[in-house]
Design a protein around this ligand. Structure first.
Ligand SMILES: Cc1cc2nc3c(=O)[nH]c(=O)nc-3n(C[C@H](O)[C@H](O)[C@H](O)COP(=O)(O)OP(=O)(O)OC[C@H]3O[C@@H](n4cnc5c(N)ncnc54)[C@H](O)[C@@H]3O)c2cc1C
Length: 433
């Protein structure tokens, strides 16, 4: 199975997607205020934000809308942006850090609003539990809970003691406690991005699929060249994340692509599903190469994790992931796996998303590098890009773009082995305690 064909990968999501009717391929020379490259959450939502502000937008996608991580991910819509943003105070000040923390919650509300106001049918369910693998991690969750309460977080949150986990959250004896957050949840990501593409189209965005951008010619007007047509635009947005590659090497050098994998079981009986995850929460643990899992609307267990850092995908994803699933749920030994797929996460050195414009070409904007936590963050970054391109200024854009980002040494050939080495180090620390 080649998961990197021009069509959607053979996932549970593609098999249960609504309205996969294709958009046309670019075959003419067009002009727009803004050209957006990439048809994932970043690109589609930036197009929406720009069109809502009255700008004309053309979106170019190399394969299909949602073909990348946006249509393949775990579907976990989880509060927060980045990892311990207090460390960025020296770049953005205390007020900037508070902005980032607020955005962590508001970005989830933004996704919820987009779904609600536009009736996007994507199986949204509220409720998430972050699981501790060790007592030390549970102590960390207690501190996180106290912070949430102190910050006035608007949603129900609750700590779950180790002895209560299997009754209240997940029927597994692996965990040392958990933190439930009813302001986070889970959804069908491909149906979300497809619904958003329809919204973009209804706002006047011209969308083209199977239209890989081959070359950019920079200037006060940017020329964007595909095989059979071009777009000339005053501004350009790069929303290609881990798939940017050689189109803009200076940017792709700041992101390490890492593989993450998901299996989907056959539909479980209502009794078994309720026994495994009694309140249908999204679940995620805290191991390196974490396990993330949840039930689909038709009661399949979607079990993801096991980041692959070598740059090579496992030949048989189900054979690779099934033992991980059975560690959590040995009771599923006889259950069939119906789907298996993988996708590319864009990891950054500081785990904060990269938002900004190219120094030498200020009319070229980008957002990328969500480090495996992009569902809410892509939507927030799209809003920042929309504000900045429309008004020439955005407080949030200024805060996010003030965080500096490292270019990984070694170019494309060395980046993945480097990541493999780095993760081996973290895994050793985990094992050695
Ligand atoms: C397996 C997996 C599980 C994940 N689970 C979660 C989760 O549960 N919760 C969460 O918050 N995040 C999760 N993530 C991360 C999240 O999916 C991403 O952060 C997010 O989808 C990134 O969106 P994007 O639009 O920036 O990139 P993508 O969705 O990858 O889209 C980039 C698009 O750009 C296109 N493109 C690239 N080059 C060109 C070109 N030259 N011309 C035209 N188009 C081009 C690609 O074809 C692609 O469609 C997961 C990621 C993976 C891979």
């Amino acid at each position: 199975m080649n998961q990197y064909t021009q069509e959607h990968t053979h996932s549970y999501y593609a098999a249960s997607a609504h309205g996969l009717a294709p958009f046309p391929t670019l075959t003419e020379d067009l002009v727009a205020d803004v050209c957006v490259i990439g048809g994932g959450f970043t690109g589609v939502n930036t197009a929406i934000e720009l069109a809502q502000r009255g700008l004309s937008v053309i979106l170019l996608e190399a394969r299909r809308i949602g073909w990348g991580a946006s249509g393949r991910n775990g579907g976990q819509l989880i509060r927060g942006i980045g990892h311990d943003v207090s460390g960025f105070a020296r770049y953005v000040g205390a007020e900037g850090v508070r902005y980032m923390e607020r955005a962590g919650g508001e970005s989830v509300e933004l996704v919820g609003r987009r779904i609600r106001e536009n009736n996007i049918d994507c199986d949204l369910r509220w409720g998430f539990c972050e699981l501790a693998n060790t007592p030390a991690q549970y102590a960390g969750l207690k501190a996180e809970h106290a912070q949430l309460i102190e910050s006035g977080y608007a949603h129900e949150t609750r700590l779950v003691e180790p002895g209560q986990i299997s009754q209240q959250v997940v029927n597994s004896d692996l965990y040392a406690g958990g933190l439930i957050d009813m302001g986070s949840g889970h959804l069908h990501p491909l149906n979300l991005v497809l619904g958003e593409a329809q919204l973009a189209q209804s706002l006047g965005v011209r969308i083209f699929e199977q239209s890989p951008v081959l070359e950019l010619v920079h200037g006060s007007t940017v020329q964007v060249r595909c095989a059979a047509g071009t777009v000339r635009a005053g501004s350009l947005v790069l929303g290609c994340n881990a798939h940017l590659e050689e189109l803009e090497p200076k940017l792709s050098g700041k992101v390490l692509p890492a593989g993450s994998y998901i299996i989907a079981t056959e539909p479980l009986s209502p009794e078994l599903a309720a026994q495994l995850i009694p309140h249908n929460l999204a679940l995620c643990d805290q191991k390196v190469g974490l396990d993330y899992y949840r039930l689909s609307a038709d009661r399949r267990l979607l079990f993801g994790g096991a980041c692959h850092y070598s740059g090579r995908d496992p030949r048989d994803i189900a054979a690779y992931m099934r033992p991980q699933m059975l560690k959590v749920f040995p009771q599923l030994a006889a259950v069939r796996i119906d789907y298996q797929w993988g996708g590319k996460i864009g990891i950054t050195a500081n785990r904060f998303p990269q938002v900004g414009r190219l120094g030498q070409h200020p009319n070229v904007y980008y957002a990328q590098g969500y480090s495996g936590h992009g569902l809410n963050v892509t939507h927030w970054c799209a809003k920042l890009l929309g504000e900045a391109i429309h008004a020439g200024h955005s407080q949030g854009f200024d805060v996010f773009s003030a965080v500096p980002h490292m270019t990984f040494p070694g170019g494309r050939a060395l980046r993945s082995p480097l990541l493999a080495l780095g993760m081996l180090w973290y895994r050793m620390r985990e094992v050695l305690g």
